[in-house]
Design a protein around this ligand. Structure first.
Ligand code: B16
Ligand code: MG
Length: 212
């Protein structure tokens, strides 16, 4: 087999929390008088909370102190967590669970590599922890995607060299992070990419058929 492990991004790959981020950030943008639409939201994918806030604030004519930025980020996260509370195991389709089980049964190590500080809560809401040998998230890293830290750390957590791992991502920042970490990358979805990934597929259910 070409790979020994697979590192999955969370938001946009294993679940669709993008719409919750969108709703929560939209209110922030309205409050600071900045434009916000799907194109801007796409730039926030895989990027940390504070860096996402900076991208939104760059569209505002006002300036903000560090304390104001902290408040805006906290309020966004409170709104986001209220939306996450609605999630349940039904938000991870059976076909996705079947794909994870097939990959695990093929002997691959499976890990999560997410920029989110809410990853543990999301995995708990989905009842999805049991599919993974390791979870590396935004609480464990100093630099978020496109820096490769979250992926190289996830590889180390499952005892594998980066070149033995495939990253599965939905975002340009994640594709860049995988390349910077020396890993192949499968992109799911339709977001525009800065360069061609190793594989491109509709969603993770296509992964076993592509690499096994
Ligand atoms: P939080 P991923 C990323 O998760 C999201 O794509 C991105 O939109 C978000 O800003 C980032 O997590 C931080 O999330 O505010 O929950 O810490 O795609 O890397 O799983
Ligand atoms: Mg993502």
């Amino acid at each position: 087999m070409k790979y020994k492990g697979i590192i999955f991004d969370l938001d946009g790959v294993l679940c669709s929390t993008d719409r919750f981020h969108f709703e929560a950030w939209k209110q922030t943008a309205e409050e600071v008088g900045a434009p916000f639409d799907e194109t801007i939201n796409m730039k926030l994918r895989g990027v940390s909370r504070m860096e996402s806030l900076e991208i939104i604030l760059s569209g505002s004519s006002k300036t903000f102190t560090d304390a104001e930025k902290e408040r805006l980020a906290t309020e966004k996260n409170d709104r986001y967590r209220k939306l996450l509370a609605q999630m349940s195991p039904a938000d991870m389709p059976a076909a996705v669970r079947d794909a994870l089980t097939a990959l695990h049964n093929a002997g691959l190590k499976l890990a999560v590599g997410s920029s989110s500080k809410n990853a543990a809560y999301i995995l708990e809401q989905l009842d999805a922890n049991r599919y993974f040998d390791a979870v590396c998230d935004g609480t464990m890293i100093a630099h978020s995607k496109p820096d490769p830290e979250v992926f190289t750390k996830a590889a180390a957590m499952v005892g594998l060299a980066p070149e033995d791992c495939l990253v599965v991502e939905d975002a340009a920042a994640g594709l860049e992070a995988a390349r910077a970490g020396g890993m192949d990358c499968a992109i799911v979805g339709t977001a525009p990419m800065p360069f061609e990934p190793t594989y491109h597929m509709q969603d993770v259910t296509k992964l076993p058929g592509t690499i096994l």
